[in-house]
Write a protein that binds this ligand. Sequence first.
Ligand code: TXA
Ligand code: MG
Length: 314
Amino acid sequence: MTEVLSPDAKGIARAAALLSQGALVAIPTETVYGLAGDARSDQAVAAIYTAKGRPSFNPLIVHLAKTDQAALYAHVSDQARALMAAFWPGPLTLVLPLHDGAGLSPLVTAGLPSVALRQPAHRLAQALLTAFDGPLAAPSANPSGRVSSTTATHVLDGLSGRIAAVLDGGACTVGVESTIIGLADGPPRLLRPGGIGVEEIEGVLGQKLATAGEGITAPGQLASHYAPGAGVVLNATERPKGAIWVGFGPKCAGADLNLSVVGSLTDAACNLFDMLRKADALAGPGGQIAFAPVPRDGLGLAINDRLQRAAAPR
Ligand code: TXA
Ligand code: MG
């Protein structure tokens, strides 16, 4: 049985106690729900890979209570420091050179010489990290390759019975995962578009980001990801026959669902995974979901990235 914990002092204390015993707890963050375990425990981290059915070559993000804890686990460059000062706590993950003897389970980094770090902004995530008093490894709380979770109900749909508990913090406000920037080697690189726009990050660094080249992308960025049961097609400016049409903006008046009727990318990111799940339920087995075009600026880059992976051949 997976316990559902309330978003109060009692729920946080129970979540921290379970994590200290090496159990797994799904936790709300501002981006998506994370499936958290003690990042120092081989047993807890191995259990995360098992619960998700995640390939063990795909490393996890380590979540921190405080910005200055990054130096415990990684070598922090001036560029990393500038990005932390601008965007932490928040939806930004930095991949940095791993500190020798950092005390993290080697399973967290999948044996890489780098580590992904993030300080989440969510009130409950912060309270739990402080109560637990240690680093939490947390991938998105969904079975590997499937749609990410932005509510406790989504988490239970995919992982009920496989994890000890979920801390119910309601719906996530950002709705897409963190932006991942690689600073471990070479020029600063965009490894995954996410909750902070590339333009904002380039503004702080004062330079353009390199894009992920062959073989240096985040290992988890497999072509097919975020896959619902139904087929997905993109750039549908009208409803294809027999498909569930998910619109964006006021032009899509006849759509079954609309990511944002007023055309807000912030609202669309927040609604994305829930609408993907709803459209999947409406389309049914063997059905099809057709998404209207979404602009590619700001959060639109992350939304288009998730839609392309949802539509990729499986
Ligand atoms: O918003 C988020 O980032 C959420 C919340 C829970 O924090 N987490 C999340 O985790 O999206 P996950 O595991 O679904 O995605 C993490 C990505 C994967 O693509 C993984 O390959 C990449 O980060 N990653 C982790 N460590 C890395 C490293 N050392 N080098 C390159 N990529 C890394
Ligand atoms: Mg994920």
